[in-house]
Design a protein around this ligand. Structure first.
Ligand code: IPE
Ligand code: MG
Length: 256
């Protein structure tokens, strides 16, 4: 786990009206399949194609970081056959796309617990991360076997271990320092979190990091996602007035 490093995004905040970091809860694969009379499995496979379209479109739309929720710690409660299909998705994605990602300057990271994943899957993940480790054009993070609360608890545990070992003092801990213990250490916080499928919740995704994210919910099912829905979400983001708890300059003057 990387300790807080100099943020690679320093000096490059998203341009006004444009998110630097977009995070997406990929949702609606099952409903997409059901509407077509198909097994859920095919919805998940179509979801991988949607991911490819979205990753291909994002850099040209000014997005520098894309984090997607691929498998949550709660998804283990699905039927075993569906879990097996979801577990096979990273392989399906990287097998067909890792060479292109590598070539196109995409840095791939996978966050979440490696425990519980097969040795084969861990090897595929590590290979994808290693092959793209020197890329800087675009940052793709896949949250897989990830839960926001679990990540916060793990960060607290790691900090406590540092204190117990005498390397850190409780006084050292502020928001920035704590962020350095999370799986997302070194990444800018998400400016925009998108959830398709009509559901309007975070479902344990990037809980700490989402503090000032704008939320956009879209009715489209994930397998239908791609450039146009992403453009629409970015257009919605551009209309938002982000104040981070402050008030706008005109109102400061009015307040005297
Ligand atoms: C998202 O689609 C797949 C993941 C678990 C990442 P769902 O499988 O949740 O689809 P719905 O919600 O049943 O339509
Ligand atoms: Mg769902």
């Amino acid at each position: 786990m990387a300790a807080a490093e100099t943020p690679p995004y320093a000096g490059a905040p998203g341009e006004p009206g444009r998110p630097l970091h977009v995070a997406i809860v990929m949702d609606g694969n099952g409903r997409w399949a059901k509407r077509r009379g198909l097994p859920r499995t095919l919805g998940h496979r179509a979801g991988v194609e949607a991911l490819k379209r979205t990753v291909a479109a994002a850099p040209d739309l000014g997005v520098g970081w894309l984090t997607i929720f691929g498998f949550s710690t709660e998804n283990w409660s699905r039927p075993a056959a569906e879990v097996a299909e979801l577990m096979a998705l990273p392989k399906r994605y990287f097998e067909t796309d890792i060479a292109r990602l590598e070539r196109e300057g995409v840095r791939v990271r996978v966050i979440g617990r490696r425990e519980g994943l097969s040795a084969d899957l861990v090897r595929i993940i590590e290979d994808a991360e290693a092959r793209t480790a020197n890329n800087t054009r675009f940052h793709l993070t896949i949250a897989f076997n990830y839960g926001g609360q679990a990540d916060i608890a793990a960060a607290a545990r790691r900090f406590a271990e540092e204190v117990a070992a005498g390397r850190r003092s409780p006084d050292d801990l502020d928001e920035a320092a704590f962020g350095g213990f999370l799986a997302t250490a070194g990444a800018p916080p998400p400016d925009l979190i998108i959830r398709p499928s009509g559901e309007q919740r975070l479902s344990n995704f990037l809980l700490w990091e989402a503090a000032y994210a704008e939320l956009v919910f879209q009715d489209i099912m994930w397998p239908d996602y791609g450039e146009e829905p992403l453009r629409a979400a970015l257009a919605e983001f551009a209309t938002r007035d982000r104040r981070y708890g402050a008030i706008v300059a005109d109102d400061v003057l009015a307040a005297g």
